[in-house]
Every structure is written in C-alpha cells, then in structure tokens.
Design a protein around this ligand. Structure first.
Ligand SMILES: N[C@@H](CCC(=O)N[C@@H](CS)C(=O)NCC(=O)O)C(=O)O
Length: 195
C-alpha cells in the first residue's frame, strides 16, 4: 500500500502514525496535491493528501476513512466498536482534526502577501484553535489510551509546534502539555515528525 502524502501534513501524519501503531508498512509517495496540472486528480479528485492507494489500485481518501480502513483490516483496536466509547473517541478525533482544519488554512493565509491576508479569517482560525485547546485542557482525562482520537490530537499539537511555535499553546494548559510530552515520545510519533 502507498500513501500519497506531504511530509508536513498533520492529516498524513495521523494516517502514518496509526500505521506504525498497527505495524502496517506504508510506502510514502510525495504528492503535490495543489499542482496546477490535474495529474494528482487522477489519484484523488478532491486534490487533497492523504490518499491511500491499495495494492489492487483502488484509492481511499480523507484521513478518517483511511484510518478506519487500516484499523478494520490490520488488527484493529484503535476505533472502538459502536457504543459510547466509540462516539467519545470519534469526537476526540474530530477535535484533533478541527485544530488541523483551522491551522492548515491559517498557514495558507499567513503565506499570502500581507495586504491580501484577511484579519477576520485569521482571527476565526485562531479562535477555533484556542477554543479546542481549552476544551482539551478542561477534559484532559478524556485523553486516555492510544486510539484514533488521541493520535489525532497529538498530530494536531505537533503541527502547531511545527508551524506556529510562537503561539505557545502550552501556556496556561499544563495538563495538556504534560499529556502531550508523554504521548509525543511514542515511536509512532517520533517516526512521523513533520518536515
Ligand atoms: N479532510 C481531509 C483534509 C486533508 C487536507 O486538507 N490536506 C491538505 C494538506 S494538509 C491538502 O492536501 N491540501 C491541498 C490543497 O488544499 O490544495 C483529510 O482528513 O484527509
């Protein structure tokens, strides 16, 4: 199996970290999802990474789907079965992905020439990130175990460190900081650090 990927993408990291946890070998193919020509559209018509190319040529995209596919076909355990624990873990994944959904376009916005940047959009991205971080700090006990939720949150925090080190997200959030410092030492996180 191949994952079409950018080594900086937190969504890609989530897939790769889960694959390491599951012990599934994944070949990483660097893709230019935003390429002006349409070549990547033959892999993923949405033009986003990650995209998982199966050995039979079929392609899956959107990181939650890819992660669930890997879990279902390679041992499982990172997506609980239907029931309260599953909804809790999927909600955690949504919070991690929510940070990514704000931080990735925020990065795009700050790369635009300054006079073209939208202060309102930047403020909205920053507010989402701040409020998710505050929610995680309030309910840090929910970050127990290793599952798709805790992996997603760790990848999101790693992306903030990578792209927005001046945010100092740890300030005022000691419980989240302590949790992340431990989780970030997992081999799945160390081996998938963004670059
Ligand atoms: N919901 C998607 C989001 C994926 C996504 O936004 N990936 C970014 C890279 S971090 C991308 O491919 N961007 C290319 C573009 O927007 O042109 C997922 O979970 O996989």
């Amino acid at each position: 199996m191949k994952v079409h990927a950018s080594p900086a993408s937190p969504y890609v990291r989530k897939v790769r970290a889960l694959a390491v946890e599951l012990g599934v070998p994944l070949e990483m193919v660097i893709a230019d999802a935003a390429a002006a020509d349409s070549s990547f559209g033959r892999i993923n018509p949405i033009h986003r990474v990650p995209a998982l190319e199966l050995d039979n040529g079929e392609v899956l995209f959107d990181s939650p789907l890819i992660c669930e596919y890997l879990d279902a076909n390679h041992g499982g355990g990172f997506f609980p079965p239907p029931g309260p624990e599953r909804w809790r873990v999927l909600k955690l994944q949504a919070l991690g992905d929510g940070i990514m959904d704000a931080a990735v376009p925020r990065r795009g916005e700050v790369l635009r020439p300054e006079q073209q940047q939208s202060p309102a959009r930047l403020a909205a991205y920053e507010r989402s990130i701040r409020q998710v971080l505050d929610a995680l700090e309030r309910d840090v006990d929910g970050l127990s175990g290793v599952n798709i939720g805790t992996i997603a949150v760790a990848c999101a925090l790693g992306y903030l460190d990578f792209r927005f080190p001046d945010d100092a997200w740890r300030k005022g959030r000691p419980a989240l900081e302590a949790w992340y410092d431990t989780f970030a030492q997992r081999p799945s996180m160390v081996q998938t650090a963004p670059y």
